[in-house]
Design a protein around this ligand. Structure first.
Ligand code: HEM
Length: 215
């Protein structure tokens, strides 16, 4: 089923569902008494969720024995960037109306903005180099190294959320736990591979398409 072309269409449609839902609520003037705050929080939540989904692809495909899950990773990652961009635009446009002085004051007053900004900036090179052409240009190894920035983006996203909540930290802690476990999995795999006696892998030539679809 995961191999079918329509599976990608389904994931694509699922990724658009949150923005459609937001537009539907806006159309019905149902964005609460503070629409800007609502949109900021809604897009922030979806950015973090898509980062977690992206990080979950590799562990899930290995643990569940579903290698074809990898077909969706790029799309899910790009959705994280899409919602992150909407979140950022909501802040600089709807919230601050491009008032740089006000934004600088905000950064000084609320450190969580810097953490969010860090998380967002780290995603930019990943989105820009997500294509097969870029894998070819950079070479598989370097491309993989660069794309590990998503780990730091996830951590910065959680710190951003944790710092901004005033009292009830349950949700940021829950996201933090997800990111922690998903990164722990990678660390464990890496440590096991380095263990003396672990099977030594011969270097193989990796084609860009294979890396994107089957790393
Ligand atoms: C990958 C990047 C980012 C992620 C994952 C992220 C995630 C989040 C999350 C989960 C929330 C809380 C939503 C809730 O309360 O339900 C939030 C709120 C917020 N974020 Fe971000 N964010 C990111 C980047 C940014 C950036 C770049 C800015 C601004 C420069 C920003 C500004 C804000 C603001 C102003 C709020 C609302 C704070 C409040 O309600 O007091 N975020 N973000």
């Amino acid at each position: 089923m995961l191999k079918k072309p329509w599976a990608k269409v389904l994931v694509f449609a699922a990724g658009l569902a949150p923005i459609f839902w937001l537009c539907w609520r806006a159309w019905n003037q149902n964005l609460t008494a503070n629409p800007i705050e609502y949109i900021t929080r809604y897009t922030g939540d979806w950015t973090l969720r898509f980062i977690v989904f992206t990080l979950a692809v590799t562990p899930l495909r290995k643990l569940l024995g579903l290698p074809d899950l990898i077909r969706f990773r790029r799309m899910i990652g790009l959705y994280a960037f899409f919602y992150g961009t909407l979140h950022f635009i909501t802040y600089i446009w709807l919230d601050k109306f491009f008032d740089l002085a006000d934004m600088l004051k905000d950064i000084a007053k609320r450190p969580f903005i810097t953490a969010g900004f860090t998380a967002f900036v780290l995603m930019i090179p990943l989105a820009l180099t997500s294509t097969t052409g870029w894998i070819r240009r950079m070479g598989g190894k370097r491309w993989q190294m660069l794309h590990r920035l998503i780990y730091f983006s996830g951590i910065a996203g959680v710190v951003h959320y944790y710092w901004l909540v005033k009292s009830d930290v349950r949700l940021p802690v829950m996201y933090g736990a997800f990111v922690f476990v998903l990164l722990l999995y990678r660390t464990a795999v890496w440590a096991l591979k380095r263990k003396p006696g672990a099977a030594v892998k011969r270097p193989v030539a990796i084609s860009p398409g294979a890396l994107r679809d089957n790393p």
